[in-house]
Design a protein around this ligand. Structure first.
Ligand code: GUN
Ligand code: ZN
Length: 426
């Protein structure tokens, strides 16, 4: 691929929280799918003779969004009304996931899901498939065809679930191992060992999940932790020898620097401290937490122990695949905890924070030279309210905040994956 240059306002984060770089008239230079250069147009333009320049006047380029926790098979049950987590799982989630033993169902849903991610500006995601091996294969195949950075795995669940969506400790282990060998490190894909949560795995299954991690360094661990109070009570009953919920995952070697725990809403200070020490990452899923009435995430507690935090949509308990919706709800959840997040933090959580949480910040998350050129072009042409608001902002910070809060998929004009155009708004 030849050099290409993209001129617009550009914003990305070099670290957490304050190190945002906003270039009013900037240019992003891409070569072979990677970031070659970033800077002010005036400085770089003289060196761009012979390079094609696309000028997105009035637009903003930011890194592709990272969804740190989402279930692709749940796009068909998004916005299913119900009570709290455990009833919602049996009424809506388990029946729909049972259909994914069928390759055609899985492939068609994976195509829809990935196309929607691109439409929403999401270029990297940590994804639950279902218990069926074929559901993970279908997702990996479609992600490979789109050259997206997808981390995913087949679900492990050998108890408390209907027969059609259950495996056994042994088949779960064997199938996960086969998937790791086939897909981990292929293209831009990575594998995550994916026990659904403590309540749907036997001790033997959790033990074998730990073994998979030891046998395959670099493979991630992805599960749910401490989302709902009834879930907590049931976990205490199911694992009486564990002092708390996090101890269940610790016991089986699942709390590691490559682990990502979704939710973490009801952790004790002791659990937070141990999670911080373990080096595990956390997916903050505000839209889902509000929809299911699960609780209000404590971002300060996560930060206090140095945990890596990213934003997850958690569709289908989350009601949108858009990281804009997640930023909007993250802001409101933190307001409820007397903390007003600034726009740098919001974009951090949706980009670099997610990349760090998934252990991919050496590859994506911002525009440091050499990183993979996943980026999106945002504008307010199709959003009258945002367009109007942007005419009145007084600083780049106000502009970014208005975009974070008022943006949605209509703001995404283009999505580029490893330097190639993958989505363009009509
Ligand atoms: N806990 C276990 N499974 C699930 C799931 O599918 N969605 C959510 N939100 N929480 C879970
Ligand atoms: Zn989830």
């Amino acid at each position: 691929m030849a050099r290409q240059a993209y001129r617009a306002s550009i914003f990305h984060l070099l670290g957490d929280p304050g190190s945002g770089q906003h270039i009013e008239d900037g240019v992003l230079v891409v070569e072979d799918g990677h970031v070659a250069e970033l800077g002010a147009w005036d400085e770089i333009a003289p060196r761009l003779s012979g390079v094609t320049v696309e000028h997105f006047a009035g637009s903003l380029i930011v890194p592709g969004f990272v969804d740190s926790h989402v279930h692709y098979p749940q796009v068909d049950i998004v916005a299913s009304r119900g009570a709290h987590l455990l009833e919602w799982l049996s009424a809506h989630t388990f029946p729909t996931e049972a259909r994914f033993h069928h390759k055609d169902v899985a492939a068609e849903t994976a195509r829809f899901f990935l196309d929607q991610l691109l439409r929403n500006g999401t270029t990297t995601a940590l994804v639950f498939a279902t218990v069926h091996k074929v559901s993970a294969e279908a997702l990996f195949e479609e992600a490979l065809a789109r050259n997206m950075r997808i981390v995913a795995g087949k679900v492990l669940m050998d108890k408390n679930a209907p027969a059609g969506i259950s495996d056994t400790a042994e088949t779960g282990y064997m199938e996960s191992r086969a998937l790791i060998r086939a897909w981990h490190g292929k293209g831009r894909l990575s594998y995550a060992v994916t026990p659904r949560f403590a309540l749907t795995s036997s001790e033997r299954q959790l033990e074998l999940a730990g073994r998979l991690l030891v046998e395959h360094p670099g493979v991630r661990l992805h599960t749910h932790l401490s989302e709902n109070v009834e879930e907590l009570t049931a976990v205490h009953r199911a694992f009486p020898d564990c002092t708390d919920y996090f101890a269940v995952y610790e016991k089986f070697g699942l709390a590691t620097p490559t682990s990502v725990f979704a939710h973490c809403l009801h952790l004790s200070p002791g659990e937070w401290a141990r999670l911080g020490k373990s080096g595990s990452g956390v997916a903050f899923c505000p839209t889902s937490n509000l929809f299911l009435g699960s609780g209000l995430f404590d971002l300060a507690a996560a930060e206090g122990v140095g945990a890596r935090v990213g934003l997850g949509t958690d569709v289908g308990a989350g009601t949108s695949l858009s990281l804009f919706a997640a930023m909007n709800d993250a802001y409101k959840v933190c307001q409820m905890r007397q903390r007003s997040l600034d726009p740098f933090k919001l974009f951090y959580l949706a980009t670099l924070g997610g990349a760090r949480t998934l252990g991919l910040d050496d590859k994506v998350g911002n525009f440091e030279t050499g990183k993979e050129a996943d980026f999106i072009v945002l504008d307010a042409k199709s959003l009258p309210l945002l367009r109007r608001r942007l005419a009145h902002v007084r600083s780049p910070a106000e502009k970014l905040f208005a975009i974070a809060i008022l943006g949605d998929d209509r703001a995404v004009a283009r999505t580029y994956v490893a330097g190639a155009l993958a989505y363009a708004r009509e």
